[in-house]
Design a protein around this ligand. Structure first.
Ligand code: COA
Length: 163
């Protein structure tokens, strides 16, 4: 059985471990600590109750300014992954919905943004088809290996006219 809960400080190292198994985009422990200290209410983990292992997580934060310099409170998904052994069980969907709820209700975010590789079929299926994200922009050579990224957004509040 897997439980979805808010991350605690002692989970950060396990989230980093999960990230290292799942993604080429990795971060220093200091970066996890920053998220944990400032945005703890937005961090969620999927914990395998039997083993106590963290099998998935979402690392997220809030931002006030967008790429165009417009002041618009919004959330941002820094990283999301689920261990191979626990995929296709709805865990990513659940941790994402939990952080979305907090961005919307606690921080009154207008929208949430993220970057995703254009070739990441699984993540695109989740973001676009399941969670209702739309492509806002394509960023050329965004990743270290030169792959392009979709910059995606999901709106919680009415989209301003010019967006
Ligand atoms: C992307 C990822 C987080 C999805 O995690 P998950 O827990 O398996 O996803 P869920 O079970 O919640 O799936 C929700 C939806 O996502 C889509 N999806 C998930 N895996 C998919 C796949 N392999 N192919 C196509 N669509 C997929 C489906 O729409 C699915 O809904 P459905 O089960 O009703 O069909 C996981 O594959 C992963 O960790 N990948 C490596 C890291 C990564 O790419 N992170 C995202 C970086 S932007």
């Amino acid at each position: 059985m897997v439980s979805i809960r808010r991350a605690e400080m002692q989970d950060l190292q396990h989230m980093q471990h999960c990230n290292l198994w799942c993604l080429p985009e990795n971060y220093t422990y200091k970066y996890y600590l920053y998220h944990g200290m400032v945005w703890q209410s937005l961090l969620y983990v999927a914990e395998d109750i039997n083993s106590g292992r963290i099998v998935g997580y979402v690392l997220a934060k809030q931002d006030e300014e967008d790429e165009e310099g417009t002041k618009l409170e919004h959330g941002h998904i820094t990283s999301l992954s689920v261990l191979r052994t626990h995929r296709k069980l709805g865990l990513a969907n659940k941790v994402m919905q939990s952080t979305h709820r907090d961005m919307d209700k606690i921080f009154e975010s207008h929208y949430v943004s993220l970057h995703v590789r254009v070739s990441n079929r699984a993540a695109l299926g989740l973001y676009r088809d399941k969670l209702g994200y739309e492509t806002f922009d394509t960023e050329e050579k965004y990743y270290a290996d030169d792959e392009n990224a979709y910059n995606m957004r999901k709106w919680f509040r009415k989209k301003p006219e010019k967006q």
